[in-house]
Design a protein around this ligand. Structure first.
Ligand code: SF4
Length: 371
C-alpha cells in the first residue's frame, strides 16, 4: 500500500489538488493497457487524457490532463470503471471526471493541428498548430513528453505540413466558420533549429488565415525558442498578437545536460535573448517552466534574478511527468512533495508574476491552485 509523505497528508491544500498533482508524479494503472518495452529495459508509458475537477476554476478550463499509464506496482492510482482510486478508495468518481479519447486510439494522429480544448466546455478556445513531427527535434529535451520528439522516428507518410495544407485540412474537416469560433491560435512545434525558417512558417500561416478572410486574429502566439536575435524579435513582434514573447525556458539547472547544445544554452545567454525581446518592445515576456527538475532553491534564486532584471512578466508552469521509464531520474527528490509545488506558486505570486491563463499545459499546475 502506498503512503503519502506526511507533509502532503497534513497539507491544508484541497485533496483534489494533491491527487491531481500526484497523478502526474506517479501515473495511473489501467487494466489491459499494454506498456511497450523499447529495448534496453526502457518502457514507454501510454497516455490517458482526463478532465478532472481541478481542470476547471471560475468558469475557466484547462486542456485535459495527460497522465502516464504505468504498471500497478509503481502507482497508488488505478482507473477502473470510470473512477480513479487511490489505493482502494475512490478519489475522483466517474460523475466528476471525463476521459477524452485519443483520435483513432493513437496518441499521434499527426495532421499538423489540434483543438487542444476538445472535450471541455470551450472546445474551440485554442487551435494549436504543430507543423512538424520528424522525430528529429533539435531540442533533445530529456524530459520531453512527445514520444516522437527525437527519441523515436514516427512511422508517418508525412512528417511536415505547409501552412496551406494545415488550413485546408482544418476547413475541410470543420467547415470555414470554425476559424471565427477560435479564440486563440498557438504555434507549438518541434523546434526548427533556425530562426529564419521558423519565422517563415509564421508568416506563411498568417497569410493563409488572410486567404480565408481572417484578417486580424484576436490572439496569435507562438512558443518562440527559435527566435533569438534582435532582428528576429522585431519580425516576431510584427506577427504576434498580443505582443507577448513566449520562451520555453524549461529549467534553470543542468540545462545543457538535459536539453542539449541548441536549446540548453546558459542562463546568461537566455538573459541576452530576453533582453532582445524587451528591446524589440515586447510588453510581456512569458516563460514556460517545467517544475520538478530544479531544486526549489535553484528556482527561487533564478526567478528572483529574472524578475529583478524585469525579464519575466508571466509564467506557465507544467509538472514534470515521466512518459518513459528512464526519465524518472530527472525528478528532483523535493518534487515528490506537494509542498514543493505550493512554494513555487506562492513565490510566483509574491513576485507579482502572472500565471499564464487559462492553463494550456497538459501537465499544468491545477487551475484551482492558481486561485
Ligand atoms: S523542444 Fe519540445 S518537442 Fe523538442 S525535444 Fe524539447 S520538449 Fe520535445
Amino acid at each position: 500500500m502506498f503512503q503519502l509523505n506526511s507533509n502532503i497528508i497534513d497539507s491544508i491544500v484541497d485533496q483534489d489538488i494533491v491527487h491531481t498533482i500526484n497523478l502526474n508524479i506517479f501515473g495511473i494503472s489501467v487494466d489491459n493497457v499494454e506498456i511497450i518495452e523499447l529495448g534496453n529495459g526502457i518502457f514507454s508509458y501510454p497516455e490517458i487524457n482526463l478532465i478532472l475537477p481541478t481542470c476547471e476554476n471560475n468558469g475557466e478550463f484547462t486542456v485535459a490532463r495527460k497522465v502516464p499509464i504505468v504498471p500497478s506496482s509503481m502507482t497508488p492510482y488505478t482507473y477502473r470503471l470510470g473512477n480513479i482510486y487511490f489505493n482502494d478508495n475512490i478519489v475522483f468518481n466517474k460523475y466528476s471526471i471525463k476521459e477524452v479519447p485519443l483520435e483513432n486510439g493513437k496518441p499521434r494522429n499527426f495532421k499538423g493541428y489540434s483543438l487542444s480544448f476538445e472535450g471541455t466546455k470551450s472546445p474551440y478556445f485554442e487551435l494549436r498548430i504543430n507543423p512538424k513531427n520528424t522525430g528529429k527535434c533539435p531540442g533533445k529535451c530529456a524530459f520531453c513528453h512527445r514520444k516522437y520528439s527525437y527519441r523515436l522516428t514516427p512511422e508517418l507518410d508525412r512528417k511536415e505540413y505547409s501552412p496551406s495544407e494545415i488550413l485546408n485540412s482544418i476547413c475541410q474537416t470543420y467547415g470555414n466558420d470554425i476559424l471565427s469560433k477560435i479564440s486563440h491560435v498557438s504555434i507549438i512545434t518541434e523546434l526548427y533549429g533556425n530562426e529564419h525558417k521558423f519565422l517563415e512558417f509564421l508568416n506563411g500561416i498568417k497569410k493563409e488565415f488572410e486567404k480565408y478572410g481572417v484578417n486580424r486574429l484576436l490572439s496569435f502566439g507562438a512558443c518562440s525558442q527559435d527566435v533569438r536575435t534582435l532582428d528576429g524579435m522585431r519580425e516576431l513582434y510584427r506577427l504576434v498578437t498580443p505582443k507577448k514573447y513566449s520562451f520555453t525556458l524549461e529549467t534553470f539547472s543542468k540545462r545543457k545536460e538535459i536539453m542539449g547544445k541548441y536549446k540548453g544554452i546558459s542562463i546568461p545567454s537566455v538573459i541576452d535573448i530576453l533582453l532582445n525581446a524587451r528591446k524589440a518592445n515586447f510588453k510581456e515576456i512569458k516563460l514556460n517552466y517545467v517544475s520538478g527538475i530544479d531544486s526549489y532553491y535553484d528556482f527561487e534564486q533564478n526567478i528572483r534574478e529574472l524578475r529583478k532584471l524585469n525579464l519575466v512578466d508571466s509564467i506557465g508552469i507544467s509538472i514534470f511527468t515521466a512518459f518513459f521509464s528512464d526519465q524518472k531520474y530527472l525528478r528532483h527528490k523535493e518534487a515528490y512533495d506537494i509542498d514543493y509545488y505550493l512554494r513555487i506558486v506562492k513565490l510566483v505570486k509574491e513576485l507579482g508574476i502572472k500565471f499564464y491563463r487559462p492553463d494550456c499545459y497538459e501537465m499544468g499546475i491545477p487551475l484551482k491552485l492558481l486561485g
